[in-house]
Design a protein around this ligand. Structure first.
Ligand code: ADP
Ligand code: ZN
Length: 601
Protein backbone atom coordinates (compact mmCIF):
# COMPACT_ATOMS: atom_id res chain seq x y z
CA UNK A 1 0.00 0.00 0.00
CA UNK A 2 2.97 2.32 0.54
CA UNK A 3 3.74 2.03 -3.17
CA UNK A 4 0.15 2.95 -3.92
CA UNK A 5 0.34 6.06 -1.75
CA UNK A 6 3.61 7.09 -3.36
CA UNK A 7 2.07 6.81 -6.79
CA UNK A 8 -0.97 8.81 -5.68
CA UNK A 9 1.25 11.62 -4.50
CA UNK A 10 4.07 11.55 -7.00
CA UNK A 11 2.31 10.69 -10.23
CA UNK A 12 -1.16 12.10 -9.61
CA UNK A 13 -0.24 14.86 -7.20
CA UNK A 14 -3.06 14.08 -4.75
CA UNK A 15 -2.73 14.02 -0.96
CA UNK A 16 -5.04 11.24 0.07
CA UNK A 17 -7.44 8.61 -1.18
CA UNK A 18 -11.12 9.40 -1.43
CA UNK A 19 -14.15 7.38 -0.30
CA UNK A 20 -13.08 3.73 -0.25
CA UNK A 21 -10.43 3.99 -2.94
CA UNK A 22 -7.77 2.77 -0.51
CA UNK A 23 -9.67 -0.44 0.34
CA UNK A 24 -10.47 -1.18 -3.27
CA UNK A 25 -6.89 -0.63 -4.34
CA UNK A 26 -5.60 -2.85 -1.58
CA UNK A 27 -7.96 -5.67 -2.55
CA UNK A 28 -6.88 -5.59 -6.16
CA UNK A 29 -3.16 -5.24 -5.41
CA UNK A 30 -3.45 -8.40 -3.36
CA UNK A 31 -5.00 -10.20 -6.29
CA UNK A 32 -8.67 -10.17 -5.23
CA UNK A 33 -11.68 -9.40 -7.42
CA UNK A 34 -13.72 -6.27 -6.74
CA UNK A 35 -17.08 -4.85 -7.77
CA UNK A 36 -17.13 -1.07 -7.41
CA UNK A 37 -20.24 1.09 -7.47
CA UNK A 38 -19.30 4.73 -7.35
CA UNK A 39 -21.05 7.79 -8.71
CA UNK A 40 -19.68 9.64 -11.69
CA UNK A 41 -16.73 11.73 -10.67
CA UNK A 42 -16.16 9.60 -7.58
CA UNK A 43 -12.72 8.53 -8.75
CA UNK A 44 -13.12 5.05 -10.17
CA UNK A 45 -10.17 5.29 -12.54
CA UNK A 46 -7.54 5.44 -9.81
CA UNK A 47 -8.94 2.19 -8.42
CA UNK A 48 -7.53 0.23 -11.35
CA UNK A 49 -4.79 2.57 -12.54
CA UNK A 50 -2.80 2.43 -9.32
CA UNK A 51 -2.99 -1.37 -8.86
CA UNK A 52 -1.98 -1.78 -12.51
CA UNK A 53 1.15 0.23 -11.77
CA UNK A 54 1.92 -1.51 -8.50
CA UNK A 55 1.42 -5.05 -9.75
CA UNK A 56 3.72 -6.71 -12.25
CA UNK A 57 2.60 -6.66 -15.85
CA UNK A 58 -0.01 -4.73 -17.81
CA UNK A 59 -3.50 -3.78 -16.65
CA UNK A 60 -6.10 -4.41 -19.35
CA UNK A 61 -9.01 -1.97 -19.28
CA UNK A 62 -12.19 -2.94 -21.12
CA UNK A 63 -14.37 -0.03 -22.09
CA UNK A 64 -17.18 0.43 -24.61
CA UNK A 65 -16.43 4.12 -24.93
CA UNK A 66 -14.01 4.15 -27.80
CA UNK A 67 -14.29 7.91 -28.19
CA UNK A 68 -12.94 8.37 -24.69
CA UNK A 69 -9.86 6.20 -24.98
CA UNK A 70 -7.69 8.81 -26.63
CA UNK A 71 -8.38 11.31 -23.85
CA UNK A 72 -7.84 8.75 -21.12
CA UNK A 73 -4.51 7.73 -22.57
CA UNK A 74 -3.46 11.35 -23.17
CA UNK A 75 -4.26 12.14 -19.56
CA UNK A 76 -2.17 9.22 -18.30
CA UNK A 77 0.74 10.09 -20.54
CA UNK A 78 0.69 13.62 -19.15
CA UNK A 79 1.23 12.01 -15.76
CA UNK A 80 4.18 10.07 -17.10
CA UNK A 81 2.32 6.76 -17.04
CA UNK A 82 2.89 4.23 -19.82
CA UNK A 83 -0.52 3.73 -21.38
CA UNK A 84 -1.98 2.95 -24.80
CA UNK A 85 -5.25 1.93 -26.41
CA UNK A 86 -6.32 -0.45 -29.12
CA UNK A 87 -9.49 0.12 -31.11
CA UNK A 88 -10.92 0.20 -34.59
CA UNK A 89 -10.09 3.86 -35.15
CA UNK A 90 -6.35 3.14 -35.34
CA UNK A 91 -4.07 2.45 -38.25
CA UNK A 92 -2.65 -1.01 -38.66
CA UNK A 93 0.87 0.29 -38.03
CA UNK A 94 -0.10 1.79 -34.70
CA UNK A 95 -1.72 -1.47 -33.67
CA UNK A 96 1.42 -3.45 -34.50
CA UNK A 97 3.54 -1.04 -32.51
CA UNK A 98 1.31 -1.32 -29.48
CA UNK A 99 1.31 -5.11 -29.67
CA UNK A 100 5.12 -4.96 -29.67
CA UNK A 101 5.18 -2.67 -26.65
CA UNK A 102 2.81 -5.01 -24.92
CA UNK A 103 5.03 -8.01 -25.57
CA UNK A 104 8.09 -6.10 -24.41
CA UNK A 105 6.33 -5.35 -21.10
CA UNK A 106 6.47 -1.60 -21.73
CA UNK A 107 2.89 -0.76 -20.87
CA UNK A 108 1.26 -0.29 -17.49
CA UNK A 109 -2.21 0.12 -18.96
CA UNK A 110 -3.92 -0.89 -22.16
CA UNK A 111 -7.46 0.30 -22.99
CA UNK A 112 -9.35 -1.91 -25.35
CA UNK A 113 -12.89 -2.34 -26.70
CA UNK A 114 -14.60 -5.62 -25.70
CA UNK A 115 -15.01 -7.06 -29.19
CA UNK A 116 -11.32 -6.57 -29.87
CA UNK A 117 -10.29 -8.02 -26.54
CA UNK A 118 -12.28 -11.19 -27.13
CA UNK A 119 -10.78 -11.94 -30.54
CA UNK A 120 -8.77 -15.17 -30.57
CA UNK A 121 -5.71 -13.30 -31.73
CA UNK A 122 -5.84 -10.87 -28.84
CA UNK A 123 -6.47 -13.57 -26.26
CA UNK A 124 -3.43 -15.40 -27.63
CA UNK A 125 -1.34 -12.31 -27.29
CA UNK A 126 -2.51 -11.84 -23.70
CA UNK A 127 -1.47 -15.42 -23.04
CA UNK A 128 2.10 -14.48 -23.85
CA UNK A 129 2.45 -11.54 -21.48
CA UNK A 130 2.21 -10.78 -17.78
CA UNK A 131 -1.19 -9.42 -16.82
CA UNK A 132 -1.61 -7.15 -13.80
CA UNK A 133 -5.41 -7.10 -13.82
CA UNK A 134 -8.56 -6.79 -15.88
CA UNK A 135 -10.60 -3.65 -15.29
CA UNK A 136 -14.14 -3.78 -16.66
CA UNK A 137 -15.41 -0.24 -16.96
CA UNK A 138 -19.11 0.57 -17.41
CA UNK A 139 -19.87 -2.93 -16.16
CA UNK A 140 -23.63 -2.28 -16.26
CA UNK A 141 -23.36 -2.88 -20.01
CA UNK A 142 -23.68 -6.63 -19.27
CA UNK A 143 -27.18 -6.04 -17.99
CA UNK A 144 -30.15 -6.36 -20.28
CA UNK A 145 -32.23 -4.53 -17.74
CA UNK A 146 -29.95 -1.50 -17.83
CA UNK A 147 -29.89 1.17 -20.49
CA UNK A 148 -26.60 0.47 -22.30
CA UNK A 149 -26.70 -3.24 -22.96
CA UNK A 150 -23.77 -4.62 -25.04
CA UNK A 151 -23.83 -8.20 -26.10
CA UNK A 152 -20.05 -8.59 -26.11
CA UNK A 153 -19.99 -7.69 -22.46
CA UNK A 154 -21.72 -10.92 -21.60
CA UNK A 155 -18.78 -12.81 -23.03
CA UNK A 156 -16.30 -11.18 -20.71
CA UNK A 157 -16.71 -14.11 -18.33
CA UNK A 158 -14.31 -15.89 -20.70
CA UNK A 159 -11.50 -13.79 -19.32
CA UNK A 160 -11.74 -15.44 -15.98
CA UNK A 161 -11.94 -18.91 -17.47
CA UNK A 162 -8.84 -18.29 -19.50
CA UNK A 163 -6.83 -16.29 -16.96
CA UNK A 164 -8.13 -17.45 -13.59
CA UNK A 165 -5.27 -15.94 -11.60
CA UNK A 166 -5.64 -12.40 -12.88
CA UNK A 167 -7.74 -10.18 -10.58
CA UNK A 168 -10.73 -8.39 -12.04
CA UNK A 169 -12.26 -5.11 -11.02
CA UNK A 170 -15.71 -4.26 -12.43
CA UNK A 171 -16.94 -0.68 -12.12
CA UNK A 172 -20.18 1.16 -12.73
CA UNK A 173 -22.02 4.32 -11.76
CA UNK A 174 -25.41 2.66 -12.20
CA UNK A 175 -27.00 2.08 -8.88
CA UNK A 176 -29.94 -0.23 -8.87
CA UNK A 177 -30.02 -3.63 -7.25
CA UNK A 178 -31.15 -5.56 -10.27
CA UNK A 179 -28.32 -4.33 -12.47
CA UNK A 180 -25.86 -5.10 -9.71
CA UNK A 181 -27.05 -8.70 -9.46
CA UNK A 182 -26.81 -9.16 -13.18
CA UNK A 183 -23.22 -7.92 -13.19
CA UNK A 184 -22.29 -10.42 -10.50
CA UNK A 185 -24.02 -13.27 -12.30
CA UNK A 186 -22.88 -12.53 -15.80
CA UNK A 187 -19.27 -11.90 -14.89
CA UNK A 188 -19.08 -14.59 -12.23
CA UNK A 189 -18.13 -12.15 -9.50
CA UNK A 190 -19.82 -14.00 -6.64
CA UNK A 191 -16.63 -14.00 -4.60
CA UNK A 192 -15.66 -10.43 -5.38
CA UNK A 193 -15.44 -7.84 -2.63
CA UNK A 194 -18.23 -5.35 -3.25
CA UNK A 195 -17.74 -1.65 -2.59
CA UNK A 196 -20.81 0.53 -2.73
CA UNK A 197 -20.57 4.25 -2.28
CA UNK A 198 -23.24 6.78 -1.75
CA UNK A 199 -24.63 7.98 -5.05
CA UNK A 200 -25.02 11.47 -3.77
CA UNK A 201 -23.36 14.24 -5.72
CA UNK A 202 -23.26 16.89 -3.01
CA UNK A 203 -21.58 19.47 -5.22
CA UNK A 204 -24.52 19.54 -7.62
CA UNK A 205 -27.35 21.93 -6.83
CA UNK A 206 -30.72 20.74 -8.10
CA UNK A 207 -33.30 23.27 -9.23
CA UNK A 208 -36.59 22.55 -10.99
CA UNK A 209 -38.68 25.45 -12.24
CA UNK A 210 -42.02 25.54 -13.82
CA UNK A 211 -41.94 26.95 -17.26
CA UNK A 212 -42.95 30.57 -17.57
CA UNK A 213 -40.80 31.94 -20.34
CA UNK A 214 -38.18 29.28 -20.77
CA UNK A 215 -35.72 31.33 -22.78
CA UNK A 216 -35.69 34.20 -20.35
CA UNK A 217 -35.50 31.78 -17.45
CA UNK A 218 -32.53 30.04 -19.00
CA UNK A 219 -30.78 33.27 -19.86
CA UNK A 220 -31.23 34.63 -16.36
CA UNK A 221 -29.92 31.44 -14.87
CA UNK A 222 -26.81 31.49 -17.04
CA UNK A 223 -26.21 35.22 -16.54
CA UNK A 224 -26.60 35.11 -12.80
CA UNK A 225 -24.89 31.89 -11.96
CA UNK A 226 -22.79 30.68 -14.84
CA UNK A 227 -21.54 33.48 -17.05
CA UNK A 228 -18.38 32.24 -18.75
CA UNK A 229 -18.88 28.63 -17.67
CA UNK A 230 -19.07 25.51 -19.79
CA UNK A 231 -22.49 23.89 -19.77
CA UNK A 232 -24.93 21.62 -21.54
CA UNK A 233 -28.50 22.61 -22.43
CA UNK A 234 -30.75 19.66 -23.25
CA UNK A 235 -33.79 20.02 -25.51
CA UNK A 236 -36.18 17.40 -26.81
CA UNK A 237 -36.31 18.31 -30.49
CA UNK A 238 -33.65 19.08 -33.07
CA UNK A 239 -35.42 22.21 -34.09
CA UNK A 240 -35.44 23.55 -30.56
CA UNK A 241 -31.75 22.72 -30.22
CA UNK A 242 -30.98 24.96 -33.15
CA UNK A 243 -33.32 27.74 -32.05
CA UNK A 244 -31.93 27.90 -28.55
CA UNK A 245 -28.32 27.72 -29.73
CA UNK A 246 -28.69 30.61 -32.12
CA UNK A 247 -30.66 32.59 -29.59
CA UNK A 248 -27.92 32.17 -26.97
CA UNK A 249 -25.35 33.20 -29.56
CA UNK A 250 -27.35 36.34 -30.23
CA UNK A 251 -27.15 37.04 -26.51
CA UNK A 252 -23.38 36.92 -26.66
CA UNK A 253 -22.63 33.35 -25.60
CA UNK A 254 -20.71 30.74 -27.55
CA UNK A 255 -23.44 28.13 -27.90
CA UNK A 256 -23.10 25.23 -30.33
CA UNK A 257 -25.83 22.84 -31.49
CA UNK A 258 -25.50 19.06 -31.37
CA UNK A 259 -28.07 16.55 -32.60
CA UNK A 260 -28.23 13.46 -34.76
CA UNK A 261 -29.55 15.37 -37.77
CA UNK A 262 -26.47 17.54 -38.19
CA UNK A 263 -23.67 16.52 -40.57
CA UNK A 264 -21.21 14.26 -38.81
CA UNK A 265 -18.29 16.53 -39.34
CA UNK A 266 -20.01 19.61 -37.95
CA UNK A 267 -21.22 17.68 -34.94
CA UNK A 268 -17.75 16.32 -34.23
CA UNK A 269 -16.31 19.79 -34.58
CA UNK A 270 -18.76 21.20 -32.04
CA UNK A 271 -18.01 18.44 -29.62
CA UNK A 272 -14.27 19.02 -30.05
CA UNK A 273 -14.68 22.72 -29.36
CA UNK A 274 -16.71 21.98 -26.25
CA UNK A 275 -13.92 19.73 -25.00
CA UNK A 276 -10.96 21.82 -26.11
CA UNK A 277 -12.04 25.38 -25.39
CA UNK A 278 -13.15 27.04 -22.20
CA UNK A 279 -16.64 28.30 -21.48
CA UNK A 280 -18.56 26.78 -24.40
CA UNK A 281 -22.26 25.95 -24.10
CA UNK A 282 -23.46 22.96 -26.04
CA UNK A 283 -27.18 22.82 -26.86
CA UNK A 284 -28.12 19.23 -27.57
CA UNK A 285 -30.63 16.44 -27.71
CA UNK A 286 -29.96 13.58 -25.33
CA UNK A 287 -27.82 12.02 -28.06
CA UNK A 288 -25.05 14.13 -26.56
CA UNK A 289 -23.17 13.11 -23.48
CA UNK A 290 -22.49 9.43 -23.51
CA UNK A 291 -18.73 9.22 -23.26
CA UNK A 292 -18.22 12.89 -22.52
CA UNK A 293 -15.80 12.97 -19.65
CA UNK A 294 -15.20 16.70 -19.39
CA UNK A 295 -14.70 17.33 -15.68
CA UNK A 296 -15.48 21.05 -15.61
CA UNK A 297 -19.01 21.16 -17.01
CA UNK A 298 -20.48 23.70 -14.57
CA UNK A 299 -24.14 23.34 -15.44
CA UNK A 300 -26.61 21.02 -17.10
CA UNK A 301 -29.90 22.70 -18.02
CA UNK A 302 -33.00 20.83 -19.17
CA UNK A 303 -35.56 22.68 -21.24
CA UNK A 304 -37.68 19.54 -21.33
CA UNK A 305 -38.71 16.92 -18.89
CA UNK A 306 -36.53 13.76 -18.95
CA UNK A 307 -38.59 10.60 -19.18
CA UNK A 308 -37.35 9.07 -15.95
CA UNK A 309 -35.39 9.87 -12.83
CA UNK A 310 -32.65 7.55 -14.07
CA UNK A 311 -32.29 9.64 -17.22
CA UNK A 312 -32.44 12.87 -15.23
CA UNK A 313 -29.78 11.67 -12.83
CA UNK A 314 -27.53 10.44 -15.59
CA UNK A 315 -27.82 13.63 -17.63
CA UNK A 316 -27.42 16.00 -14.70
CA UNK A 317 -24.54 13.84 -13.48
CA UNK A 318 -22.44 15.19 -16.32
CA UNK A 319 -22.07 18.42 -14.35
CA UNK A 320 -19.30 18.90 -11.83
CA UNK A 321 -17.30 15.71 -12.20
CA UNK A 322 -14.34 17.55 -10.76
CA UNK A 323 -16.19 17.91 -7.46
CA UNK A 324 -16.45 21.71 -7.72
CA UNK A 325 -19.84 23.36 -7.35
CA UNK A 326 -22.18 22.85 -10.27
CA UNK A 327 -25.86 23.23 -11.17
CA UNK A 328 -28.55 20.93 -12.47
CA UNK A 329 -31.32 23.23 -13.63
CA UNK A 330 -34.59 22.41 -15.29
CA UNK A 331 -37.63 24.19 -16.60
CA UNK A 332 -40.67 22.07 -17.37
CA UNK A 333 -44.24 22.70 -18.40
CA UNK A 334 -47.58 21.16 -19.20
CA UNK A 335 -46.71 20.42 -22.81
CA UNK A 336 -43.82 18.20 -21.75
CA UNK A 337 -46.06 16.10 -19.59
CA UNK A 338 -48.69 15.70 -22.25
CA UNK A 339 -46.17 14.90 -24.96
CA UNK A 340 -44.31 12.30 -22.95
CA UNK A 341 -47.52 10.63 -21.84
CA UNK A 342 -48.72 10.47 -25.40
CA UNK A 343 -45.45 9.15 -26.74
CA UNK A 344 -45.59 6.40 -24.19
CA UNK A 345 -49.15 5.40 -24.91
CA UNK A 346 -48.65 5.44 -28.65
CA UNK A 347 -45.49 3.35 -28.67
CA UNK A 348 -45.89 -0.27 -29.78
CA UNK A 349 -43.93 -1.58 -26.84
CA UNK A 350 -45.58 -4.36 -24.84
CA UNK A 351 -47.86 -3.66 -21.89
CA UNK A 352 -45.28 -4.56 -19.28
CA UNK A 353 -42.79 -2.09 -20.75
CA UNK A 354 -45.43 0.60 -20.93
CA UNK A 355 -46.32 0.08 -17.30
CA UNK A 356 -42.69 0.45 -16.29
CA UNK A 357 -42.25 3.58 -18.42
CA UNK A 358 -45.43 5.01 -17.00
CA UNK A 359 -44.24 4.42 -13.47
CA UNK A 360 -40.89 6.01 -14.27
CA UNK A 361 -42.47 9.12 -15.71
CA UNK A 362 -44.80 9.41 -12.71
CA UNK A 363 -41.80 9.31 -10.42
CA UNK A 364 -40.07 12.01 -12.43
CA UNK A 365 -43.16 14.22 -12.25
CA UNK A 366 -43.44 13.58 -8.56
CA UNK A 367 -39.91 14.88 -8.16
CA UNK A 368 -40.84 18.06 -10.03
CA UNK A 369 -43.85 18.83 -7.86
CA UNK A 370 -42.13 17.95 -4.62
CA UNK A 371 -42.10 20.58 -1.90
CA UNK A 372 -39.28 19.23 0.25
CA UNK A 373 -35.67 18.27 -0.32
CA UNK A 374 -35.07 17.06 -3.88
CA UNK A 375 -31.83 15.29 -3.05
CA UNK A 376 -33.50 13.19 -0.38
CA UNK A 377 -36.13 12.12 -2.89
CA UNK A 378 -33.58 11.40 -5.60
CA UNK A 379 -31.46 9.24 -3.36
CA UNK A 380 -34.47 7.47 -1.97
CA UNK A 381 -35.46 6.55 -5.49
CA UNK A 382 -32.11 4.78 -5.75
CA UNK A 383 -32.62 3.06 -2.43
CA UNK A 384 -30.47 5.35 -0.32
CA UNK A 385 -31.44 7.36 2.74
CA UNK A 386 -30.17 10.87 3.37
CA UNK A 387 -31.01 11.60 7.00
CA UNK A 388 -31.00 15.40 6.79
CA UNK A 389 -32.32 17.66 4.08
CA UNK A 390 -29.44 18.74 1.89
CA UNK A 391 -29.37 22.53 2.04
CA UNK A 392 -28.26 22.60 -1.58
CA UNK A 393 -31.40 22.24 -3.68
CA UNK A 394 -34.01 24.84 -4.60
CA UNK A 395 -36.55 23.53 -2.11
CA UNK A 396 -34.05 23.63 0.75
CA UNK A 397 -32.72 27.06 -0.16
CA UNK A 398 -36.08 28.61 -0.95
CA UNK A 399 -38.80 26.50 0.64
CA UNK A 400 -41.85 26.71 -1.63
CA UNK A 401 -45.12 27.85 -0.19
CA UNK A 402 -48.14 25.66 -0.53
CA UNK A 403 -51.86 26.39 -0.74
CA UNK A 404 -54.93 24.29 -0.09
CA UNK A 405 -55.99 23.36 -3.59
CA UNK A 406 -58.68 20.85 -2.62
CA UNK A 407 -61.65 22.86 -3.78
CA UNK A 408 -60.07 24.10 -6.99
CA UNK A 409 -58.95 20.55 -7.77
CA UNK A 410 -62.51 19.30 -7.28
CA UNK A 411 -63.75 21.84 -9.80
CA UNK A 412 -61.02 21.00 -12.29
CA UNK A 413 -61.73 17.30 -12.03
CA UNK A 414 -65.52 17.80 -12.23
CA UNK A 415 -65.09 19.80 -15.40
CA UNK A 416 -63.38 16.80 -16.99
CA UNK A 417 -65.95 14.38 -15.63
CA UNK A 418 -69.03 16.38 -16.60
CA UNK A 419 -67.76 16.75 -20.14
CA UNK A 420 -67.45 12.96 -20.39
CA UNK A 421 -63.64 12.95 -20.17
CA UNK A 422 -63.39 13.86 -23.82
CA UNK A 423 -61.59 17.20 -23.64
CA UNK A 424 -58.16 18.63 -23.02
CA UNK A 425 -56.79 21.31 -20.74
CA UNK A 426 -57.61 24.34 -22.87
CA UNK A 427 -61.21 23.43 -23.40
CA UNK A 428 -61.76 22.59 -19.74
CA UNK A 429 -60.16 25.83 -18.68
CA UNK A 430 -62.51 27.73 -20.99
CA UNK A 431 -65.45 25.93 -19.42
CA UNK A 432 -64.33 26.76 -15.90
CA UNK A 433 -63.87 30.41 -16.81
CA UNK A 434 -67.25 30.58 -18.54
CA UNK A 435 -65.77 31.60 -21.87
CA UNK A 436 -68.01 31.70 -24.88
CA UNK A 437 -66.99 29.86 -27.97
CA UNK A 438 -68.51 27.79 -30.72
CA UNK A 439 -67.43 24.40 -29.43
CA UNK A 440 -68.79 25.01 -25.96
CA UNK A 441 -72.03 26.21 -27.51
CA UNK A 442 -72.33 23.21 -29.83
CA UNK A 443 -71.67 20.79 -27.02
CA UNK A 444 -74.13 22.53 -24.78
CA UNK A 445 -71.57 22.75 -22.02
CA UNK A 446 -72.66 26.22 -20.97
CA UNK A 447 -75.47 24.45 -19.15
CA UNK A 448 -73.12 22.62 -16.80
CA UNK A 449 -72.82 23.65 -13.18
CA UNK A 450 -69.02 23.98 -13.54
CA UNK A 451 -69.41 26.41 -16.43
CA UNK A 452 -68.07 29.72 -15.21
CA UNK A 453 -67.53 28.31 -11.72
CA UNK A 454 -63.80 28.97 -11.73
CA UNK A 455 -63.38 32.73 -11.73
CA UNK A 456 -61.11 32.60 -8.67
CA UNK A 457 -58.19 31.47 -10.80
CA UNK A 458 -56.81 32.86 -14.05
CA UNK A 459 -56.35 30.92 -17.27
CA UNK A 460 -52.68 30.43 -16.49
CA UNK A 461 -53.44 29.25 -12.98
CA UNK A 462 -55.97 26.67 -14.16
CA UNK A 463 -53.51 25.31 -16.70
CA UNK A 464 -50.98 25.07 -13.98
CA UNK A 465 -53.37 23.28 -11.67
CA UNK A 466 -54.16 20.78 -14.43
CA UNK A 467 -50.47 20.19 -14.94
CA UNK A 468 -50.06 19.46 -11.27
CA UNK A 469 -53.05 17.14 -11.21
CA UNK A 470 -51.63 15.26 -14.17
CA UNK A 471 -48.19 15.21 -12.64
CA UNK A 472 -49.53 13.87 -9.39
CA UNK A 473 -51.54 11.16 -11.10
CA UNK A 474 -55.11 12.44 -10.56
CA UNK A 475 -55.67 12.78 -14.27
CA UNK A 476 -54.38 10.83 -17.23
CA UNK A 477 -53.85 12.24 -20.67
CA UNK A 478 -55.44 10.12 -23.36
CA UNK A 479 -53.35 9.72 -26.44
CA UNK A 480 -56.09 8.73 -28.83
CA UNK A 481 -58.20 11.85 -28.29
CA UNK A 482 -56.68 15.29 -28.48
CA UNK A 483 -55.04 15.10 -25.12
CA UNK A 484 -58.35 14.55 -23.37
CA UNK A 485 -58.16 14.12 -19.62
CA UNK A 486 -59.39 11.00 -17.84
CA UNK A 487 -59.98 10.59 -14.13
CA UNK A 488 -58.00 8.04 -12.15
CA UNK A 489 -58.93 6.18 -8.98
CA UNK A 490 -56.97 8.74 -7.03
CA UNK A 491 -59.71 11.34 -7.63
CA UNK A 492 -62.36 9.55 -5.64
CA UNK A 493 -61.44 10.56 -2.06
CA UNK A 494 -60.73 14.08 -3.23
CA UNK A 495 -64.11 14.45 -4.90
CA UNK A 496 -65.85 13.04 -1.86
CA UNK A 497 -64.09 15.54 0.34
CA UNK A 498 -62.27 12.75 2.21
CA UNK A 499 -58.84 13.95 1.21
CA UNK A 500 -57.23 17.34 0.83
CA UNK A 501 -54.61 18.47 -1.58
CA UNK A 502 -51.80 20.96 -0.88
CA UNK A 503 -49.89 22.20 -3.90
CA UNK A 504 -46.87 24.35 -4.60
CA UNK A 505 -47.74 27.99 -4.95
CA UNK A 506 -46.87 29.73 -8.15
CA UNK A 507 -43.44 31.22 -7.77
CA UNK A 508 -43.10 34.88 -8.32
CA UNK A 509 -40.57 35.71 -11.03
CA UNK A 510 -37.11 35.73 -9.54
CA UNK A 511 -35.68 39.19 -9.23
CA UNK A 512 -32.38 39.73 -10.93
CA UNK A 513 -30.84 41.09 -7.76
CA UNK A 514 -31.03 37.72 -6.07
CA UNK A 515 -27.83 37.20 -4.13
CA UNK A 516 -28.56 34.04 -2.27
CA UNK A 517 -28.01 30.95 -4.26
CA UNK A 518 -25.14 31.71 -6.53
CA UNK A 519 -23.72 28.31 -7.27
CA UNK A 520 -20.27 29.03 -8.51
CA UNK A 521 -18.78 30.43 -5.41
CA UNK A 522 -15.75 28.53 -6.39
CA UNK A 523 -15.36 32.16 -7.48
CA UNK A 524 -12.28 33.94 -6.35
CA UNK A 525 -11.61 37.43 -5.04
CA UNK A 526 -11.11 39.80 -7.97
CA UNK A 527 -7.31 39.83 -7.96
CA UNK A 528 -7.15 36.04 -7.81
CA UNK A 529 -9.74 35.83 -10.53
CA UNK A 530 -7.49 37.84 -12.79
CA UNK A 531 -4.60 35.50 -12.19
CA UNK A 532 -6.90 32.50 -12.62
CA UNK A 533 -7.98 33.84 -16.03
CA UNK A 534 -4.34 34.25 -17.02
CA UNK A 535 -3.54 30.72 -15.85
CA UNK A 536 -6.46 29.42 -17.86
CA UNK A 537 -5.18 31.20 -20.96
CA UNK A 538 -1.74 29.66 -20.51
CA UNK A 539 -3.31 26.24 -20.02
CA UNK A 540 -5.31 26.66 -23.22
CA UNK A 541 -2.19 27.63 -25.15
CA UNK A 542 -0.27 24.60 -23.88
CA UNK A 543 -3.22 22.32 -24.59
CA UNK A 544 -3.65 23.60 -28.13
CA UNK A 545 0.01 23.01 -28.89
CA UNK A 546 -0.42 19.35 -28.02
CA UNK A 547 -3.94 18.98 -29.36
CA UNK A 548 -5.35 17.83 -26.02
CA UNK A 549 -8.23 19.23 -23.94
CA UNK A 550 -7.13 21.86 -21.39
CA UNK A 551 -8.31 19.82 -18.39
CA UNK A 552 -5.77 17.17 -19.25
CA UNK A 553 -3.04 19.69 -18.44
CA UNK A 554 -4.59 20.88 -15.16
CA UNK A 555 -8.09 20.87 -13.75
CA UNK A 556 -9.79 24.13 -12.80
CA UNK A 557 -9.50 23.18 -9.15
CA UNK A 558 -5.71 23.02 -9.52
CA UNK A 559 -5.60 26.45 -11.16
CA UNK A 560 -7.89 27.89 -8.50
CA UNK A 561 -5.57 26.61 -5.82
CA UNK A 562 -2.59 28.08 -7.67
CA UNK A 563 -4.28 31.46 -7.97
CA UNK A 564 -4.95 31.49 -4.24
CA UNK A 565 -1.66 30.11 -2.93
CA UNK A 566 0.64 31.60 -5.56
CA UNK A 567 3.49 29.13 -5.26
CA UNK A 568 6.84 30.61 -6.23
CA UNK A 569 9.09 27.60 -5.76
CA UNK A 570 8.97 24.20 -7.40
CA UNK A 571 8.55 22.69 -3.99
CA UNK A 572 5.53 24.84 -3.19
CA UNK A 573 4.14 24.12 -6.65
CA UNK A 574 4.45 20.40 -5.98
CA UNK A 575 2.12 20.79 -3.00
CA UNK A 576 -0.77 21.99 -5.14
CA UNK A 577 -3.32 19.22 -5.57
CA UNK A 578 -3.12 17.82 -9.09
CA UNK A 579 0.54 18.72 -9.63
CA UNK A 580 2.51 15.48 -9.73
CA UNK A 581 6.13 14.98 -10.72
CA UNK A 582 5.62 14.78 -14.45
CA UNK A 583 3.40 17.87 -14.64
CA UNK A 584 5.73 19.75 -12.34
CA UNK A 585 8.58 19.02 -14.67
CA UNK A 586 6.73 19.99 -17.82
CA UNK A 587 4.64 22.91 -16.70
CA UNK A 588 5.81 24.02 -13.27
CA UNK A 589 8.09 26.80 -14.42
CA UNK A 590 5.73 28.25 -16.99
CA UNK A 591 2.92 28.58 -14.47
CA UNK A 592 5.25 29.88 -11.77
CA UNK A 593 6.61 32.64 -13.91
CA UNK A 594 3.09 33.73 -14.78
CA UNK A 595 2.27 33.79 -11.08
CA UNK A 596 5.35 35.91 -10.39
CA UNK A 597 4.45 38.40 -13.07
CA UNK A 598 1.03 38.84 -11.55
CA UNK A 599 2.22 39.12 -8.01
CA UNK A 600 4.48 42.10 -8.69
CA UNK A 601 1.96 44.12 -10.58
P1 ADP B 1 -15.23 8.43 -12.37
O1 ADP B 1 -14.53 7.53 -13.36
O2 ADP B 1 -15.63 7.73 -11.13
O3 ADP B 1 -16.34 9.22 -12.98
P2 ADP B 1 -12.70 9.73 -12.29
O4 ADP B 1 -11.90 8.53 -12.00
O5 ADP B 1 -12.64 10.31 -13.65
O6 ADP B 1 -14.21 9.50 -11.88
O7 ADP B 1 -12.31 10.83 -11.21
C1 ADP B 1 -12.96 12.06 -11.17
C2 ADP B 1 -11.96 13.15 -10.84
O8 ADP B 1 -11.53 13.07 -9.47
C3 ADP B 1 -10.71 13.04 -11.66
O9 ADP B 1 -10.37 14.32 -12.09
C4 ADP B 1 -9.67 12.50 -10.72
O10 ADP B 1 -8.39 12.91 -11.08
C5 ADP B 1 -10.12 13.08 -9.39
N1 ADP B 1 -9.70 12.23 -8.27
C6 ADP B 1 -9.85 10.90 -8.15
N2 ADP B 1 -9.36 10.46 -6.98
C7 ADP B 1 -8.88 11.53 -6.32
C8 ADP B 1 -8.23 11.74 -5.03
N3 ADP B 1 -8.00 10.73 -4.21
N4 ADP B 1 -7.90 13.00 -4.71
C9 ADP B 1 -8.15 14.03 -5.55
N5 ADP B 1 -8.74 13.91 -6.76
C10 ADP B 1 -9.11 12.68 -7.14
ZN1 ZN C 1 -32.35 19.68 -0.47
Amino acid sequence: MQRARDILQKAFGYDSFRLNQANIIETVIQGGDALVLMPTGGGKSLCYQIPAMVRDGTGIVVSPLIALMQDQVDALQQLGIRAAFLNSTQHYQAQIRIADELKAGELDLLYIAPERLLSEQMLDLLGQIRLALFAIDEAHCVSQWGHDFRREYQQLSQLHERFPKVPRIAMTATADQRTREEIIDQLGLHDAATYINSFDRPNIRYTINEQANEREQLLRFIQLEHAGDAGIVYCLSRRKVEDIASWLCAKGYVALPYHAGLPDEYRQQNQQRFLHEDGIIIVATIAFGMGIDKPDVRFVAHLNLPKSIEAYYQETGRAGRDGQLASAWMSYGLQDVIKLRQMMQESDADEQYKRVSHYKLESMLGLCELTNCRRQALLEYFGEKLPESCGNCDNCLNPPQTWDASEAAQKAISAAYRTNQLFGVNYLTDVLLGRENARIRQNGHYRLRVYGAGSELSHVEWRRLYRQLIALGYLNVDATGHGSLKLTEKCRPLLRGEATLALRKMERPVKVTRTKGRTTDNRLPAHDQKLFDALRALRLELANKQGVPPYIIFHDSTLIEMAGKRPTSLNAMNHISGVGESKLKHYGRAFMSLIEQHSFK
